[in-house]
Design a protein around this ligand. Structure first.
Ligand code: WQD
Length: 336
């Protein structure tokens, strides 16, 4: 069962799971996605993937899904994820992100379903003391309620797996998910003004945004702009398949495990902008402005543990990824 499965990462994960031969049921409340995303999954896979419109905060409605479907694993994506909004609306974030996850854990236990895969984030590392970041790197105090809900949910999963026999869990800490499915039938569809870099770039290229603002070029990095680990969404989805196989295949070495999911390749904002222009043969309208509050200068993953233990490695090139992002934007805007 994929909660939040109509979302950006959920849809791509559903496609890869079906492609790997898994049966999948998607649940979503459409608070930040829509039915077209589920149709995209069905068109790509050729499978009429079951869907239930459910708010995972509604325990009774969620229990009905557990009664209806015999899944042994859950991938929990359903959460609010706008960092800025979480600062102005902390209760909305704590209630939604934590109550939903506690419902998932409680019902997995109630129905004797063993495997919980949690969608976590590199945001738990804050501003790392050392780079690249490993799974042993210390979590820093969260800089937003959103980031705090990720840390708290990891702790909930850790403690449930330790306390309740038969429950086991994996947390995947994503770095920066980017790109879209090669079919251009599913992709990232942020509502309102995009906060993240790549959707803002593609909307600028599409003429929806006037100009991309590059937030700061005075950081202690090679070209002065922030470094991030941009992980292709299809590679990221495949990491989830590898994690589910690890759990269902009985290959876990502890009741609760954590893996970084990244490329291990730091890329600066300007490198990404220039890479987008080159990959797509266009010029982007951008300007350098002041820093954005809360941005860390550099963060990227040490991917050795996931490579070794999950047998998974990011494969798509940044060029392919940036081309897929643009193809998706053109599809969404009818600019084929
Ligand atoms: C990347 C870089 C910006 C927009 C966030 C969340 C994190 C995770 C991934 C959920 C930074 C710069 C951005 C723009 C810019 N989400 N930028 N102009 O901040 O690394 O991570 O998304 O888990 O939790 O914090 O990603 O894409 O917002 O920014 O210059 O219009 O691009 O300053 O250096 P970030 P981002």
């Amino acid at each position: 069962m994929i909660s939040g499965g109509a979302g950006y990462i959920g849809t791509h994960t559903a496609v890869e799971l079906v492609g790997a031969g898994f049966g999948v049921v998607i649940i979503d409340d459409f608070s930040n996605s829509d039915a077209a995303a589920v149709e995209g999954v069905r068109r790509i896979t050729g499978v009429d993937v079951p869907f239930e419109q459910v708010d995972t905060c509604n325990e009774e409605a969620l229990r009905a899904v557990f009664r209806k479907y015999e899944f042994d694993s859950v991938i929990h994506f359903a959460a609010f994820k706008a960092v800025g909004e979480s600062v102005s609306e902390p209760l909305k974030y704590y209630r939604n992100n934590l109550a939903s996850f506690m419902n998932i854990c409680a019902l997995m236990r109630e129905f004797g379903r063993p495997n919980i895969l949690f969608s976590s984030s590199a945001t738990v590392y804050g501003e790392p003391d050392a780079l690249p970041v490993t799974e042993q790197s210390p979590r820093q105090p969260a800089t937003s309620p959103y980031g705090n809900t990720k840390q708290m949910a990891e702790d909930i999963l850790r403690d449930c797996c330790a306390a309740y026999d038969g429950l086991r869990g994996i947390a995947l800490r994503y770095f920066n998910p980017v790109g879209a499915h090669p079919s251009a039938l599913i992709g990232e569809l942020p509502r309102g003004v995009p906060q993240n870099l790549v959707p803002y770039i593609t909307q600028t290229a599409a003429g929806i945004r006037e100009c991309l603002s590059v937030f700061g070029s005075d950081y202690p990095t090679p070209d002065g702009t922030c470094l991030r680990d941009y992980i292709d969404i299809v590679d990221l989805a495949r990491a989830h398949v590898a994690a589910v196989k690890r759990m269902t295949g009985g290959r876990m070495k502890a009741g609760y495990e954590i893996f970084n999911v990244g490329t291990g390749r730091p890329v600066s904002v300007l490198e990404l902008v220039e890479g987008f222009e080159k990959a797509n043969g266009l010029k982007l309208n951008y300007k350098i402005v002041g820093r954005r509050a809360g941005d860390v200068p550099a963060v990227w993953a040490d991917t050795d543990l996931a490579n070794r233990e999950l047998g998974w490695k990011a494969e798509r090139s940044l060029e392919e990824t940036l081309r897929s992002a643009w193809a998706w934007e053109k599809h969404v805007r009818g600019m084929e």
